[in-house]
Design a protein around this ligand. Structure first.
Ligand SMILES: [Zn+2]
Length: 415
């Protein structure tokens, strides 16, 4: 596997500047295109699964984290508070407390549950500068997060549905989990008290994993401070594991924030919070994608999806017209004209781009392109419109396949 820090710089995806600081990478246009495609995929998948999106601020008063328990259990990983008049403001270490407050701001009936609240939001971690690097250890994190407020009876189905969303996302992204882990508390005082609560939530997640049929291992000392979790582990080229996706059951924060819903009996009841993340932090997900694919992203994620190669200056106007059609269809295309060197050199330079559309005199005359695929396959010249339609269909379906000219039908729709 490749090192995403080296490749990320070579491919102009992201970089850092000492004046911004360690662990605070910025995204260059090509990296931003990958990130945007990933974020849009997640938002669309969440909308389909019944989530509603919110936005919440990246900081809050210190008191909020005293209530949530972060201040007493997690402050080593938090930035020091900022004094603002008589108040102390803190960069948030997670999105959960904000979402609990959003839930609490309106009254809820049992009919609204499960209430699925999602946000791709910023959070901060005061990593020491010695361990920072690339996109995997950062101080500013964009998290794909969601909280499902539900009844105890609904927890297992929601957790299973989250595992299924994770499976689908990994398929679209072309990544394979290293293993599933049931993360349990260990020795030490960083966990909230409540042995009964821990037993119940551990039993729930164990049941979910058993029902899912997925192989998993239990690991002590890896739980969140407020509850156990299912972690989906990925591994880098050196075999180092990290957590990408997670599903957690939480009885603690609903209690701390005094959350409730009105039941069928007209009385107040306490909801359970399921915390879940499909791709974890955008930074870690993109780092892994870079390493996994060596920069040759699935076409729907690729910064440039199609390179248009006019053989000579005479076909440059055709190439420009094709690039405009691509832009109109939402495809990311780029022209590699004769000024960039010989045909062979331009094809080699575009080796990570999923599709290369070569236009010579013959193709230009017939509004055709000769398509080359990243894997070396070459198609006979065909109408540019047919090529763009075929490529667009696989991009829209978030397929990891390359379009090879065959009639293609969306998976699951049958013939
Ligand atoms: Zn959470």
């Amino acid at each position: 596997m490749h090192d995403h820090r080296k490749l990320g710089r070579e491919l102009d995806l992201f970089d850092t500047d000492p004046l911004i600081g360690a662990g605070l990478p910025y995204w260059l246009p090509d990296g931003a295109a990958v990130r945007h495609a990933l974020e849009e995929y997640i938002r669309a998948a969440e909308r389909r699964a019944g989530y509603r999106h919110v936005y919440s601020p990246v900081l809050a008063k210190r008191e909020l984290y005293e209530i949530s328990g972060h201040w007493s259990h997690y402050s080593d990983d938090m930035f020091p508070p900022m004094n603002l008049g008589s108040e102390q403001m803190v960069l948030r270490p997670s999105l959960c407390p904000h979402h609990a407050l959003i839930y609490r701001s309106r009254s809820h009936s049992y009919r609204e549950l499960p209430l699925r609240m999602a946000e791709l939001g910023g959070m901060y971690r005061s990593e020491l500068s010695g361990v920072l690097g690339g996109l995997t250890r950062v101080r500013a994190i964009q998290l794909n997060d969601a909280h499902i407020f539900c009844t105890l009876d609904q927890v297992a189905d929601e957790a299973l549905a989250s595992l299924e969303m994770i499976r689908q996302a990994y398929q679209a992204l072309g990544i394979t989990p290293a293993r599933y882990r049931l993360s349990l508390p260990g020795p030490g005082g960083k966990y909230v008290a409540g042995p009964d609560m821990w037993r119940r939530s551990t039993a729930l997640l164990t049941d979910v994993l058993d029902r899912s049929g997925l192989p998993y291992e239990a690991a002590e000392g890896e739980a969140a401070f407020y509850g156990p979790k299912i972690d989906v582990q990925i591994a880098d080229g050196a075999g180092r594991e990290s957590t990408l996706s997670t599903v957690q059951v939480d009885f603690h924060q609903p209690e701390r924030f005094d959350l409730h819903y009105i039941g069928a009996d007209g009385a107040k009841h306490r909801p359970v919070m399921v915390h879940r993340s499909i791709i974890g932090s955008v930074e870690r997900a993109v780092a892994h994608l870079i390493e996994q694919h060596g920069g040759a992203f699935p076409a729907w994620l690729a910064p440039t999806q199609l390179v248009i190669i006019p053989i000579s200056d005479a076909e440059v106007p055709n190439a420009e017209a094709l690039a405009r059609r691509c832009a109109g269809l939402g495809l990311r295309a780029e022209i590699a004209g004769p000024e960039r060197g010989s045909l062979g050199a331009r094809i080699r330079e575009a080796r990570l781009v999923p599709y290369q559309a070569v236009i010579g005199a013959k193709e230009a005359a017939g509004d055709q392109v000769a398509l080359r695929l990243r894997d070396g396959r070459r198609l006979d010249p065909r109408l540019a419109d047919d090529v763009l339609t075929g490529i667009g269909a696989l991009v829209d379906a978030h397929s990891t396949d390359l379009w090879d000219g065959a009639a293609w039908r969306r998976q699951g729709r049958g013939q």
